[in-house]
Design a protein around this ligand. Structure first.
Ligand code: NAD
Ligand code: MG
Length: 385
């Protein structure tokens, strides 16, 4: 038996984080849980800490530090608080792999710090690559760090590429379920409720990505994520709607051959593969049965109705910090939508207005991303009545 992998899970209380803990629990001989962290959900973090006995926990919301510290006072667990602590815990020598399962721009800094500390990255937090893909991948190359995708589509591409890394990719197809409003007109979309938008047909996920899936922003973010992960031009990345979510994505090679990765939708599989690559460990996950899916169907996404997908391509064309600006606008707009401040169709409107108004910085360094993020957030907030 080789050495156990020390794992840090940033965002352990979320949808990906809780599923990652299930994966780790299934393979105690392979993994050693070192760190778990949460944004605000102190109670779940405490429960997880007592059950899974990590070396350290971080609650990012500093006002809850004493509460967590008190609850864990009889445990042999270090308790830290704040965003800087999040960056420090990933640097521990006991941590080998950092699973970035927190949501949004907040993932950027700890991911950069983990790369600097030469930790392998299992990347769920797609916003990090959307915001600063050029910087993140450059730093990963310089530090000899591998970034393994957790996002199901990117895991699918990665799984198709195993054994093929020397073969150029002609193009990839990212599959999209189409979300709960597939086939709807712009007029119908204008009046959708939050409850409708939060009900994804095939996946149970955190609130932000669920809304992103309904607006197709999620697929736009994933196109940008794929560009950086697989070093592709935008014209090599296509999106195809596949409502059954069985084919998780496809690669087309230069001889025209296409490879797809398939299976029932279950995030535990891509989470596990990112942690065990190049090995596959046996699971008891339910298996796909063809007779339950006599038809797998494919259709073009409706780019006129779901503007966000096109905005992602626009941001890639502009380059610089444009994708960072789009991401910031979207984080502000989605939060406002979840707080009942704007309509569903305002999300893409705010994203488009912000992308057009805020100046992208070319050849950006870290501080340029911070500034573009702030400027875009301020502009987007100004569009919320
Ligand atoms: P979630 O909202 O369920 O969980 C987010 C986690 O991050 C929680 O533990 C929360 O406490 C923590 N967090 C939130 N804001 C934070 C902040 N400012 N600072 C520190 N911690 C913070 O989200 P999720 O659905 O698990 O998604 C996590 C990431 O994985 C996202 O980037 C998402 O796009 C990506 N992803 C999720 C899924 C999925 O099935 N849920 C699939 C593919 C990719
Ligand atoms: Mg995905």
């Amino acid at each position: 038996m080789t050495q156990k992998k020390g794992i840090a899970i940033l965002g352990s209380t979320g949808s990906i984080g809780t599923q990652a803990l299930e994966v780790l629990e299934s393979y105690p001989d392979h993994f050693d849980l070192q760190v778990i962290t949460a944004g605000k959900n102190a109670d779940l973090l405490i429960t997880q800490a007592i059950k899974h006995q990590p070396n350290s926990v971080v609650i990012t919301d500093e006002s809850q530090y004493l509460y967590v510290k008190e609850a864990l006072k009889n445990q042999d667990i270090h308790v830290y608080a704040g965003a800087e602590a999040l960056c420090q815990v990933v640097e521990s020598s006991e941590v080998h792999v950092v699973l970035t399962a927190l949501v949004g721009y907040a993932g950027l800094k700890p991911t950069l710090r983990a790369i600097e500390a030469k930790k392998t990255i299992a990347l769920a937090n797609k916003e990090t690559l959307v915001v600063a893909g050029e910087l993140v991948t450059k730093m990963a190359r310089e530090h000899g760090v591998n970034i393994y995708p957790v996002d199901s589509e990117h895991s699918a591409i990665f799984q198709c590429l195993v054994g093929e890394f020397h073969n150029p990719i002609e193009k990839i197809y990212l599959t999209a379920s189409g979300g709960p409003f597939r086939g709807w007109s712009a007029e119908q979309l204008a009046s959708v409720t939050r409850a409708q938008a939060l009900k994804h047909p095939n996946w149970s996920m955190g609130a932000k990505i669920t809304i992103d899936s309904a607006t197709l922003m999620n697929k736009g973010l994933e196109v940008i994520e794929a560009k950086w992960l697989f070093n592709l031009r935008p014209d090599q990345i296509d999106v195809i709607v596949h409502p059954q979510s069985i084919v998780h994505s496809l690669v087309q090679f230069e001889d025209g051959s296409m490879k797809a990765q398939m299976g029932l939708p279950d995030m535990k599989l891509p989470i596990q593969f990112a942690l065990t690559y190049p090995d596959r460990l046996p699971t008891t996950f339910p298996r796909f049965n063809f007779m339950d899916y006599p038809q797998l169907t494919f259709e073009a996404p409706s780019r006129d109705v779901f503007r966000n997908l096109g905005l992602a391509y626009d941001a890639m064309d502009t380059g610089g910090t444009a994708a960072c600006i789009l991401n910031a606008a979207n984080e502000v707009a989605v939060e406002a939508y979840l707080n009942d401040q704007i309509h569903f169709t305002d999300i893409a409107r705010i994203n488009e207005a912000t992308l057009n108004a805020v100046q992208s910085q070319s050849t950006p360094v870290y501080e340029d991303f911070v500034r573009s993020d702030e400027e875009a957030r301020a502009f987007a907030r100004g569009r919320i009545k």
